[in-house]
Design a protein around this ligand. Structure first.
Ligand code: GDP
Length: 330
């Protein structure tokens, strides 16, 4: 026997209307009230335009108090991780945005394991969350888990460098990696295409698992499907950043002014900046958070519990009858 659903028109009928159709509105109101948070990490060699891009993405100056190091300071610098927090509001919706920066990355003379502090940072946030979650006060947990890592790849190399491969492989189990081809204005369109496909090929060859966009629902409209397809095909996003507003054909736009012309950050014919921003903010922010929670954090949590259980068993064996498997003293 099957359960027969009333036709959807019955919803309009007062008799059949229970009221749970308002659930989405209730959720909506509650989450708007609470506000949203998102933590974005930027990584990659220094000088590739990470801070400029972040400012362009969120139309803020996140790095007012940044101190630039000279060459000598940079030689001895270890990877230092900094956090910038801004509260932005748009049409009554509040977003607390945390940017985690990894300055000096890959700059030292010896760069072996320079991914280590970054991996440790991500793990520490998981650890803190795990502790808070299993502690007494679970109501007001501050969630500092990193939801996405934009990894900047130099436009001047031939594809990925060993450091890039090492970094991404060390981090892909911990965080959603979105690869970025930096400073795309230094390349011609055909160079961009060639670099992109080389990088995609190498990501595949070295078994790097970058963030996978979820499958598009089959009932979405055609436009949405095409847009989704285009998004997936533009990885790694080729971006241009700028802290300047310039005038192009009578309009004021964020761009870079060269003797031979203007490159516009938000012009889709010039780079993938808008695609990246749409993905991060408009279409995939929630999915990035879900994957962080359901996959990356869950992996960490499972490992933690496993090693805790192992320790308990070992301790118990040591205390009571742990000698069972050992040879009795002769
Ligand atoms: P970070 O060290 O990775 O944070 O890099 P910055 O954002 O400080 O940028 C380093 C330099 O590159 C600055 O002089 C920027 O003006 C320049 N820059 C940033 N973005 C771009 C870009 O998209 N194209 C070009 N050509 N230069 C850029």
């Amino acid at each position: 026997s099957q359960i027969h659903m009333p036709p959807s028109s019955a919803l309009q009928d007062d008799k059949e209307y229970v009221g749970f159709a308002t659930l989405p509105n209730q959720v909506h109101r509650k989450s708007v009230k609470k506000g949203f948070d998102f933590t974005l990490m930027v990584a990659g060699e220094s000088g590739l335009g990470k801070s400029t891009l972040v400012n362009s993405l969120f139309l803020t100056d996140m790095y007012r108090d940044r101190k630039l190091l000279n060459a000598e300071e940079r030689i001895t610098q270890t990877v230092e991780i900094t956090k910038h927090v801004v509260d932005i509001e748009e049409k009554g919706v509040k977003l607390r945005l945390t940017i985690v920066d990894t300055p000096g990355f890959g700059e030292a003379v010896n760069n072996t394991e320079c991914w280590k502090p970054v991996a440790d940072y991500i793990d520490q946030q998981f650890e803190q969350y795990f502790r808070d979650e299993s502690g007494l006060n679970r109501k007001n947990i501050q969630d500092n888990r990193v939801h996405c890592c934009l990894y900047f790849i130099s436009p001047f190399g031939h594809g990925l460098r060993p450091l890039d491969v090492e970094f991404m492989r060390a981090l892909h189990q911990r965080v959603n990696i979105v690869p970025i081809l930096a400073k795309a204005d230094t390349l011609t369109p055909s160079e961009v295409e060639r670099k992109k496909s080389k990088i995609r090929e190498e990501i595949e060859r070295y078994g790097i698992r970058i963030y996978q966009f979820p499958e598009c629902d089959s009932d979405e409209d055609e436009d949405f499907k095409l847009q989704d397809q285009a998004l997936k095909e533009s990885i790694p996003f080729a971006v241009i950043g700028s802290n300047m507003v310039v005038e192009a054909k009578g309009r004021r736009v964020r761009g870079r002014l060269y003797p031979w012309g203007i490159v516009e950050v938000e012009n889709p014919a010039h780079c993938d900046f808008v695609k990246l921003r749409t993905m991060l903010v408009k279409t995939h922010m929630q999915d990035l958070k879900d994957v962080t929670r359901e996959t990356h954090y869950e992996n960490y949590r499972a490992q933690c519990i496993q090693s805790m259980t192992r320790m308990v068993v070992k301790e118990r064996n040591r205390k009571y009858g742990g000698t069972r498997h050992k040879c009795p003293p002769c």
